[in-house]
Design a protein around this ligand. Structure first.
Ligand code: NDP
Length: 340
């Protein structure tokens, strides 16, 4: 497949132009374009420019308000709520970030619920700016019904990712971010687009038979990672981001969705913990660094996020390569001539 070299800045500018040309105001376009560019920069193409046509479809269909302004309120001493008011998630997340960090510092622990917003992004982009301020962070969000619960043959649970970030002083934070499906849906869509098989265990076809054909999985169901264990994590995410906060379960998101191919409406839960307030304020950092040193000494082991960070260093120096057809599709959405 033909690929075009782009700097990370050019990726952001392209995403921004397409969003601005299709009804996003400056704030919303800026917030979404940043998470798209960050995903390409860190080697997560399934949440990069690949998502732009979906974002634009939802602006065009009127499902998402590209000029929405999030609002913030306090629900309990340790619980904040950001309402997206029908906009894309990145601006709502940006809006609630500093108040969440401040509350975690004040109380030791704080939660933030996000409702009435449209989510399509990778969660590490959301915990990283919190963890960089020295605060431990968790993020959970749900998606449309895509995953068969353990033992079932029909998609019911979302791909429901969770992320966890741990601050490391002057070092980059440790962040893991994983779907509760065996493979993120975007990766399967990219495999279908590029015409290659996925590994066994990723999904089943519409008749419930195991398959490695991505198109059959997209028409059937994804499987949770680790069987019933991943299924339980997906179930937990549904409860935290639907039942707890008055938002939609995956199946309810599907009922609300207009099927324009863009992000579903739904909720998110963020938890923030100040490590200086949990009983070991002087030692927690050196103590946990000792743990990372021991772990790093094991042959074959690496920390989650190491791959992303290596990609980041490389792409900040040399840019990224994006499928030419995708670049031109997005240039068209932005009203620009095809790239040479
Ligand atoms: P991966 O399975 O690729 O990776 C999951 C985590 O495991 C990453 O933190 C990764 O770090 C780490 N990891 C991978 N290999 C190793 C290893 N050998 N040793 C140690 N750690 C390792 O991610 P998923 O496919 O599960 O998810 C992809 C993305 O999709 C996520 O960002 C998620 O938030 C997003 N998503 C978003 C949804 C939405 O609705 N918004 C829905 C579902 C998923 P590293 O990156 O460094 O490899």
């Amino acid at each position: 497949m033909d690929r075009l070299p782009l700097s990370v800045k050019a990726v952001r500018e392209l995403a921004h132009a397409a969003l601005r040309a299709n009804g996003c105001d400056e704030e919303n376009a800026g917030a979404v374009a940043t998470v798209v560019a960050d995903a390409e920069r860190d080697g997560c193409p399934s949440h990069g420019l690949f998502r732009l046509p979906g974002y634009v479809a939802s602006l065009k269909s009127g499902k998402v308000n590209g000029k929405a302004r999030p609002s913030l309120e306090t629900l309990a001493p340790g619980v904040l709520r950001v309402k997206g008011n029908g906009g894309f998630a990145p601006l709502a997340l940006q809006h609630g970030r500093a108040p969440l960090i401040e509350l975690a510092r004040k109380q030791g622990i704080a939660a933030e619920v996000l409702t009435d917003m449209y989510h399509f992004a990778a969660l590490w982009t959301e915990v990283e700016p919190i963890v960089e301020q020295g605060i431990i962070a968790f993020a959970f969000t749900s998606y449309l019904p895509s995953v068969a619960p353990a033992g079932a043959k029909r998609a019911f649970l979302g791909t429901n990712p969770m992320a966890f970030g741990w601050p490391r002083g002057t070092r980059p934070p440790m962040i893991f971010d994983q779907a509760s499906a065996a493979m993120a849906r975007g990766e399967i869509q990219i495999a279908a687009r590029d015409g290659h098989a996925v590994r066994q265990g990723v999904g089943i076809d519409a008749d419930g038979n195991p398959t490695t054909d991505p198109a059959s999985i997209l028409g059937g169901a994804q499987l949770p990672f680790g069987g019933y264990k991943g299924s339980a994590i997906a179930l937990m995410v549904e409860l935290l981001t639907g039942g707890l906060i008055g938002e939609s379960f995956a199946f309810e998101s599907a009922q609300r969705d207009n099927k324009d191919g863009g992000p579903p409406c739904g909720g998110e839960l963020l938890l923030a913990l100040d490590p200086a307030r949990f009983g070991d304020p002087e030692r927690w950092l050196a103590h946990s660094e000792g743990f990372f040193t021991e772990l790093g000494g094991l042959d074959g082991a690496r920390l989650p996020g190491d791959r992303r960070r290596a990609n980041r260093e490389k792409s900040m120096r040399g840019g990224v390569e994006i499928p030419a057809a995708l670049v031109n599709d997005i240039r068209k959405l932005a009203g620009l001539a095809p790239a040479a």
